[in-house]
Write a protein that binds this ligand. Structure first.
Ligand SMILES: [Zn+2]
Length: 417
């Protein structure tokens, strides 16, 4: 039996609480234990409590001294586009000169350039790039990510990306939840209705037959997939047994939040343009909002989603990076915490709940990860700070000291896995 005891954390942030996503004032209840101790046996949390109590039961466990440091659950990033080829440096530089999205797309940039590079990349090459991204997540203190397909846009290329995600799960310590996002954009070679037909009749049956995804997502937006097309894709996905997520109301308020409520989706993501009606609709069926302020920041916008109103409406809010090469090139959840606190009037405690236990529930993993409670996996991070609020306060500074997945140290502060 392998066991590990982490003792004398300045703050052990347990997130202990009800066995469901947290809402309202619960978002601020982090279950902090000063001079906290954690005992992990066989990859799972056995005890979390004051060090002097945990110490009595450590037996022959390996001891890690966390004096002067915060220990908390690894971040759960519930919205990423982890697998893609190349980058969008040209777009970035053009945007920095003030060019518009249309000008950039005309010059050969935009999502299409990533699709072309991803289609051209072999599975081996894509996997190598994905491993580099996976290591970045660990370095930021993230131990679980959701990962979407969506840069293939043909049957074979979408399956290729999902197989890379499956292989990545085998080869890196980062835990990964796969999502099929064939409806990310409309490929240049076909009309939107033709492509919709491919997604529904060819891609979804293959994805589910090969058990390559837990969730189905869709980009519901003007110029991409409208409400009726999105409903069609999500309905078929649901019949095939997938849970639902959706990119909605990012650029325009098209009624996407209402659609996600109608479909009883697990999450509605983005929501920058969602109004009171959309928020009320989400509440009716308890859809979890996944807010991705990194993409608002990176696009130079100031239209952040209405996090405070969503919290007041009783929604179980989630924060995520939306890691992708175009609109949100960051794997850093601490950066997202900073944005949530400075731009969205969330408190550091609310932001931490939204990026750990609530995110875990949004991936149907709330029973196994997201808090440090007996029976859950020993996925935790030791941060080089004494107070959890420092994670949102200092920005642009990596504070990760060590990362553990299922009780095993997978990264120390020198960046090696
Ligand atoms: Zn996204």
């Amino acid at each position: 039996m392998s066991s590990l005891a982490v003792l004398h954390a300045s703050q052990l942030v347990t997130l202990a609480g009800p066995k469901r996503p947290r809402v309202g004032p619960e978002l601020s209840e982090l279950g902090v234990i000063r001079d906290g101790g954690l005992l992990i046996r066989n990859g799972k949390v056995e005890r979390a409590g004051p060090s002097h109590e945990v110490e009595k039961t450590v037996g022959d466990a390996k001891i890690v001294n966390a004096r002067g440091r915060v220990v908390m659950p690894g971040f759960v990033d519930a919205h990423t586009h982890l697998v893609f080829a190349g980058n969008r440096l040209e777009d970035f530089e053009r945007r920095s000169r003030g060019e518009t999205y249309e000008q950039i797309a005309k010059a050969g940039g935009g999502i299409w350039s990533t699709v072309e590079k991803t289609r051209a990349a072999s599975e081996t090459n894509l996997l190598a790039q994905a491993k580099k991204h996976a290591n970045w997540f660990l370095r930021c203190g993230t131990t679980t990510v959701e990962a979407k397909s969506g840069y293939g846009l043909t049957v074979e290329d979408e399956l290729k990306i999902l197989r890379v995600i499956r292989q990545l799960k085998e080869e890196v310590p980062l835990e990964i939840v796969p999502t099929f996002l064939g409806a990310h954009a409309i490929p240049r070679e076909v009309s939107s209705d033709e492509y919709l037909d491919v997604v529904v009749t060819k891609m979804l049956p293959r994805v589910t037959a090969e058990k390559l995804a837990d969730f189905c997502d869709v980009f519901c937006e003007r110029g991409y997939f409208n409400i009726d097309q999105s409903r069609k894709i999500l309905s078929v996905a649901k019949k095939l047994g997938l849970s639902l997520r959706g990119h909605v109301d990012q650029l325009t308020n098209s009624g996407g939040a209402t659609l996600m409520a109608e479909m009883r989706a697990t999450t509605a993501d983005h929501l920058e343009q969602t109004d009171e009606q959309g928020i009320a609709a989400l509440k009716k069926t308890n859809v979890q909002p996944v807010l991705v302020p990194g993409s608002v920041y990176a696009l130079g916008s100031s239209r952040y989603p209405r996090a405070r109103e969503m919290i007041e409406a009783g929604l179980a809010i989630v924060l995520a990076t939306d890691f992708n090469p175009g609109s949100s090139p960051t794997p850093s959840m601490p950066m997202v915490l900073s944005l949530a606190c400075t731009q969205m009037t969330m408190s550091p405690a609310e932001a931490i709940t939204a990026s750990t236990v609530n995110a875990a529930y949004s991936l149907n993993r709330g029973d196994a990860i997201g808090s440090l409670e007996p029976g859950k996996f020993g996925n935790f991070v030791i941060f080089d700070c004494e107070d959890y609020r420092e994670l949102a306060y200092w920005f642009g500074l990596p504070q990760t000291h060590a990362v553990y997945v299922r009780g095993e140290c997978v990264l120390k502060n020198n960046g090696d896995t």
